[in-house]
Ligand binder design. Structure first.
Ligand code: ATP
Length: 355
């Protein structure tokens, strides 16, 4: 097997405190992985006069994948490149409860769902403006019964749902459900969007997903209006398997799903494209706990396990997950967000010992 080249972008605030021990843990597995450190943020500025110089891009391009921390700004251009530059269209966010995870639910047993969030379009194209700018487009609001430009002074944002963007995310979700079915899960995709109020945009997301579903007769499929889905996620998360959501709802509801199983410190994610993928925890940079050695690295470690799977090291990915599960099941060495008193270093050492 050829050497795997992994770009590491540690990110800002408390993020490097989760990424560094994760890299050390993986190093301990003795795999043929070469770690590359693209010069982004302050290092890019010092060495090349830019927070995301061409040199950083070249390192990412030369890598098989990237392990990304979280950014509050300085690594944001690198993140934009990883997402839109590399067209990583499917953001996969598992929410799986494991014994010892501090869920707010009385009975979290059996929660094992994966949200597939379309990652590149919807309201994230950053096209916003003044309402009056819509005048030349002559868009008529059936609700206001007049051109929308006459709604009054204010702002608008654009939501774009394309066939290609929806179809590739939907296919990803159905393939994932099929894969999980082979491993004993129900094998069902639940799609949710606001297709009643937004029949032409969210309705199109549903229409394209309905068509993709026809190609997967072995995979179950249901469509829900997103507010109903939010209720469902709260009251019966165990009934969900793979969930397909447009970008904005996926962003919001995957944090809600993370909360159900025990919080942001436990929520991994991976962003997959046709020929590249990168992995990052679902949480932000946790600036309020930076420098305190108390960030929970679990989300980053689980993201790294997804990365090992992607790099074709499934056995090692399992070992890492099992070691983590043992530390939680034992419950003696947990970080403060999980009700424990362990530092990040202590927690990571406990995982390393189980490995
Ligand atoms: P973003 O907008 O980038 O998502 P944010 O500031 O909204 O960032 P986070 O950085 O995820 O959100 O932090 C939200 C809260 O959760 C903070 O109080 C933070 O300390 C806590 N938190 C997030 N991740 C972790 C973690 N891994 N371990 C412990 N606490 C965490």
């Amino acid at each position: 097997m050829a050497t795997r080249r992994v770009a590491v972008i540690e990110g800002e605030d408390a993020s490097p405190e989760a990424v560094r021990p994760t890299v050390e843990l993986i190093d301990g597995l003795g795999l043929d992985i070469e770690w590359l450190y693209p010069p982004v943020g302050d290092r890019g500025q010092d060495l090349h006069g830019s927070i995301f110089p061409e040199e950083a891009k070249a390192v990412i391009d030369a890598s098989d994948t990237t392990l990304f921390g979280a950014t509050s700004g300085k690594s944001a251009l690198a993140l934009f490149y990883l997402r839109w530059g590399k067209a990583t269209f499917a953001n996969v966010r598992p929410a799986k409860w494991r014994p010892g995870f501090k869920s707010p639910l009385a009975r979290p047993e059996g929660i094992d769902l994966v949200i597939v969030r379309e990652n590149l379009e919807d309201m994230y194209l950053m096209v916003e403006g003044e309402v009056e700018e819509l005048g030349p487009a002559n868009l008529f609001s059936p609700i206001l019964q007049k051109p929308v430009a006459e709604a009054g002074p204010g702002r608008f944002a654009v939501k774009v749902i394309t066939r290609e963007g929806t179809e590739r995310a939907a296919r990803f979700a159905f393939e994932l459900a099929r894969h999980r079915k082979d491993r004993g899960r129900p094998g069902r995709v639940t799609m949710a969007a606001k297709y009643n109020m937004l029949p032409r945009s969210d309705g199109f997301f549903k229409e394209v997903t309905d068509q993709v579903a026809d190609d997967y007769p072995d995979v179950g499929y249901e469509a829900m209006i997103v507010d109903n889905f939010a209720h469902h996620l709260n009251v019966s998360p165990q009934s969900l398997d793979v969930v397909l959501l447009p970008n904005l709802y996926g962003d919001i509801l995957s944090d809600a799903a993370a909360g159900l199983v025990g919080g942001l410190g436990l929520a991994p994610s991976g962003c997959y494209g046709r020929d590249y993928a990168y992995f990052e925890s679902a949480h932000g940079t946790a600036p309020d706990i930076a420098g305190q050695n108390r960030i929970n690295p679990t989300a980053t470690i689980l993201s790294a396990a997804m990365m090992l799977e992607y790099l074709d090291y499934p056995e090692e990915a399992r070992r890492l997950e099992t070691a983590l599960a043992e530390v939680y099941a034992e419950g003696r060495c947990l970080t403060p967000d999980q009700g424990g008193r362990a530092s990040t270093t202590d927690f990571t050492r406990a995982v390393a010992e189980r490995l």
